[in-house]
Design a protein around this ligand. Sequence first.
Ligand SMILES: C[S@@+](CC[C@H](N)C(=O)[O-])C[C@H]1O[C@@H](n2cnc3c(N)ncnc32)[C@H](O)[C@@H]1O
Length: 207
Amino acid sequence: MTEDYWGRFSETYDRNQEYVVGRELLDEITGELNQLAELGEVVEFGCGTGYFTVAITEKSTSVLATDLSDNLLEAAKTRLRDHPEVTVQKEDCLETSLMPESCNSVFMANLVHVLATPAKALEESSRILRSGGRIVIVTFTGHGMSLWQKIKMGVRFAKTWGKPPPNIRSFSPEDVESMLQETGFVVEQSKLIGNRTKALFVVGRKG
Ligand SMILES: C[S@@+](CC[C@H](N)C(=O)[O-])C[C@H]1O[C@@H](n2cnc3c(N)ncnc32)[C@H](O)[C@@H]1O
């Protein structure tokens, strides 16, 4: 199960992630997050250790950072303990306990590519977002990487995390854009970022 998969690595998670995708891409993602317009009241799905939560606090009035894994939630609580604007809470992004139309923005980093039913997470995002609210999706992808770079990253992944989780996949920008549009979002920004390793950075608005 996805929860157990990532939760096994709570103590080494950040180091592993940096080794697999490289510091350059992580910094590029942070740079993109820093350029976002104000996000207001944010709900983050799949916050993991809170690595990218820190970046979005700059743009938010409050952040509810959520995840399914108890181990990773503990790591996030430790990292975010000096951020009074952040609350860390256990939630399943496919079906949260949150009120409808209760936030301005939903943020998810490196989540949609590990979910069996990513469209369900987008539907849940739409449900909890106020009208005009934004969804910010960042997700690692093999799209646009050379075969050689993919092989090398696959080896780094296997050495670090072991066998990949069952539903992991690689989206193109168009895949994520279509999923958003099918859920009623208007795509405002969509780009492929990174050099040797890649991520999608997509922003949608709820109509
Ligand atoms: C690849 S990790 C990304 C963590 C973090 N966002 C980052 O980029 O460093 C995927 C995260 O999604 C969480 N996750 C997986 N399925 C979930 C679900 N259904 N609801 C909430 N979180 C989930 C995992 O526990 C894990 O923390």
